[in-house]
Design a protein around this ligand. Sequence first.
Ligand SMILES: C[S@@+](CC[C@H](N)C(=O)[O-])C[C@H]1O[C@@H](n2cnc3c(N)ncnc32)[C@H](O)[C@@H]1O
Length: 193
Amino acid sequence: MEEDRIKWNLRYQSEGFYLGEHTSPFLAREIERIKLLAPGGTALDIACGEGRNSIFLAHHGFRVTGLDISDVGLAKASARAGMEGVEVDFRVVDLEHYEINASYDLILNFNFLLRELIPIELKALNPGGLLLFDTIMESPQLLATHKHSYLLRRGELVRLFEAQAGEILFSEESDSGEMPTARILFQKSLETA
Ligand SMILES: C[S@@+](CC[C@H](N)C(=O)[O-])C[C@H]1O[C@@H](n2cnc3c(N)ncnc32)[C@H](O)[C@@H]1O
C-alpha cells in the first residue's frame, strides 16, 4: 500500500538503522539448528526492511531474496550488503499484492503481520523447509496504540501452525523486553509437495 511505503520510507531516512543493525535474537539463536536442517539453501525474508536478517543469512551461505515495500530501506540494505561483501536479491514489492512464485528452504517473517500471507508462505516452503515467525502480540497497552490487525492474538501462532503438515520445533510467547512477542520455528513435513 502506498501509505505504508511513505510511512516506512520516512522511518528509514535517518542514517542509523531503525530496528538496529543487529540480527534478530531469535534468528541468531537458532542459526546453527537452521543450518543443520536447511544447509546452504535458499531463503526468503518477508518484509526485510533494512536487511539485517537477510544479510546475516547471506553470511551463513544462504541465497537470500529480501522483499519489502520501502525502496529507502532496501537501498540501505543493498549498500550494507555491498559493504559487507555479500549478495542479496532485494526486491521492492507490495506484499499485499505479490505472488511468491519460487520455493524456499527457509522463510523468515519477522516484525510484520499480514495474515493472508501465512498460507502462501507455507505453500512456498520446500518439503522439510523451515519457517521462522516472530512478531508482536496483543497487550492492553499495544491494543490502545496499534492497529489491531498488526497484533498477534495470544496462542494464535501455535493454533495456526499445529494444524499444518509439519512440526513446531520451537514456540514461545514472551512478555519480557519492550513488547510482548510470539515466535515459532516450524518445519514443513517432508511428505508434502
Ligand atoms: C517492523 S519492520 C520489520 C523489518 C524486518 N523484518 C526486521 O525485523 O528488521 C516492518 C517492515 O514491513 C514493511 N512493509 C509494510 N507494509 C508492507 C507491504 N505491504 N509490503 C511489503 N513490505 C511492507 C516495511 O517497509 C518495514 O520494512
